[in-house]
Design a protein around this ligand. Structure first.
Ligand SMILES: Nc1ncnc2c1ncn2[C@@H]1O[C@H](COP(=O)(O)OP(=O)(O)OP(=O)(O)O)[C@@H](O)[C@H]1O
Ligand SMILES: [Mg+2]
Length: 487
């Protein structure tokens, strides 16, 4: 075999009859993956899509060798370098709350850390980091603190840091998760360049996006293994994945409601916000009416999360906010956060910070205060809460996860727990920061179901999203935040 001849060379990734079963304290669970066969040759990018639970994340961990003591592996998985010897594979995980190392303070150091830990010299690690930051258009973040990045900026930094390892196989689990459409396009073009330079890329996820349309092959992962997935509306629907392409077939939206009649539930005027000495919002105006879903879109770092947190009053003490925020005739800007939260139910971009109970059921049971006494009133309130919690867990698809620790759920489910908790407090307006991240088709319709509950009780929703298809299908109005203003 001549490695110079690509037709004869071993594929970078060989998966031959491979499977995996997780082990728990009670023994081996049924296999998540069985008898998979696939090859990714040098120079190609393949995308594997499947609904939540199909095993796409397990596949990523399996091919990067991260699972060996977590259960039983069958078959062959081999990563081969172009010269024919053992190759290297690295993976970007799909948990937006766990992608940075937590070991660095500055972006420049975070970008160089993985390469430095793998024995790359300081000068080479730096030049690779600079090149990756340049390719991804994030050189302006070089001197920033890692704790001061937006969700999308954090995702790009995590990715650029991995690129510094120059692996033979790059495995990316939902790389588009927190990225705006322009960034998703730029990153998929960059991955194509990576392949043209001889690398190989495996992308997995639950959504058809730029990483599927740019791939050499798209596959569906289902109960009978891997099969080619044509990107037609019917095939995508049958695979259970969400079609995030802007021009894809219409998706079911919430039940139509009266919308936009009468005074708005929330009126924001002239909102200015600075994070430290960096101005972010420069006079933003918006309204949310009863029965209305308003989608707030805009590039990574535009200030969408800053805006939602300004409304609630949860920015840092050193951050400056001014403007009026009117709800129910009251200027919320004059109130402390705990009083604003009677009007606004906030579900942050990183839901982990809002979870504190040991199980999903406990989290929801304690979502809103219960009367302490008299005893019979408290008992009755608990029974009523139990009923509401059961109904919400059904709507959010969380019944089977009721006794799980919320941190053991995937990012979209964690967010559903926080949305359900917010609904239990019955705020007039729900503020949802990136509720569409990481969802398959079924999870998207559960989200619409939860939003519907809010609209049917006369509430409104302000949701940030990078998903143009979702915004078209679900939002009554789309607003764009750019350069600190809304249009
Ligand atoms: N804690 C912080 N301190 C200082 N600057 C911050 C902080 N958090 C975010 N920023 C900066 O403020 C700007 C707006 O960030 P924000 O998180 O609001 O953007 P976003 O529109 O929500 O982005 P994304 O789509 O990536 O979530 C960005 O430049 C970001 O780097
Ligand atoms: Mg954000």
């Amino acid at each position: 075999m001549s490695p110079a001849d690509p037709a004869q060379a071993a594929p970078v990734l060989l998966v031959e009859g491979a499977g995996f079963a997780y082990r728990t304290a009670d023994g081996l669970l049924p296999p998540v993956l069985a008898d998979l066969r696939h090859r990714v040759p040098a120079g190609q990018m393949h995308t594997v899509l499947g609904p939540v639970g199909a095993g796409t994340s397990t596949l990523c961990r399996l091919v990067t060798g991260l699972l060996h003591d977590r259960g039983e592996t069958s078959g062959t998985i081999r990563v081969t370098a172009p010269r024919g010897d053992a190759g290297t594979a690295v993976m970007l995980g799909d948990d937006p709350e766990a992608q940075l190392t937590g070991m660095t303070t500055r972006v420049a150091d975070e970008l160089q850390l993985p390469a430095r830990l793998h024995g790359v010299s300081a000068a080479t690690a730096r030049s690779r980091a600079e090149a990756a930051a340049n390719d991804l258009g994030i050189t302006d973040l070089w001197d920033r603190r890692v704790t001061e990045l937006s969700g999308g900026q954090r995702q790009l930094v995590a990715l650029a840091a991995l690129l510094g390892l120059q692996p033979d196989l790059l495995v990316l689990d939902q790389p588009g998760l927190s990225l705006d459409p322009t960034m998703r396009g730029r990153l998929s073009a960059m991955l194509r360049d990576y392949c043209d330079a001889g690398g190989a890329v495996l992308v997995t996820g639950h959504q058809v996006d730029e990483f599927a349309t740019a791939a050499d092959q798209v596959l569906a992962l289902g109960p009978s293994g891997l099969a080619s997935l044509p990107l037609t509306a019917d095939a995508v629907r049958a695979a259970g994945v969400w079609d995030a392409r802007a021009a894809s077939a219409p998706a079911p939206g919430p039940t139509p409601t009266a919308g936009r009649r009468g005074a708005p539930l929330l009126a924001v005027r002239g909102l200015h916000a600075a994070r430290g000495d960096r101005p972010v919002l420069r006079g933003a105006d918006l309204d949310v009416h009863a029965g209305e879903v308003v989608a707030l879109m805009g590039p990574n770092g535009a200030g969408k999360s800053t805006l939602l947190r300004s409304l609630l009053g949860t920015l840092d003490r050193r951050d400056q906010v001014s403007g009026t925020i009117t709800a129910d005739g009251v200027d919320l800007a004059r109130l402390p956060t705990h009083e604003r939260s009677a009007h606004l139910g906030w579900v942050g971009q990183d839901p982990g910070a809002q979870l504190s109970a040991p199980t999903v059921r406990d989290e929801l049971m304690r979502a809103a205060p219960l009367p302490r006494r008299p005893r019979h009133v408290r008992d009755e309130a608990i029974r009523e809460r139990e009923k509401q919690v059961q109904q919400l867990m059904r709507a959010a698809g969380l019944v089977e996860a009721a006794d799980e620790h919320p941190f053991d759920l995937d990012a979209a489910q964690r967010k559903d727990v926080v949305i359900a908790a917010a609904l239990l407090r019955r705020p007039p307006v729900l503020l949802l920061d990136e509720p569409t991240l990481g969802r398959d088709a079924a999870s998207m319709s559960r989200l619409v179901g939860l939003i519907d509950m809010q609209l049917q009780r006369g509430g409104g929703v302000l949701a940030t999203t990078h998903d143009q298809h979702w915004a078209q299908a679900v939002a009554h109005r789309q607003l764009h935040l750019d350069s600190g203003r809304i249009s």
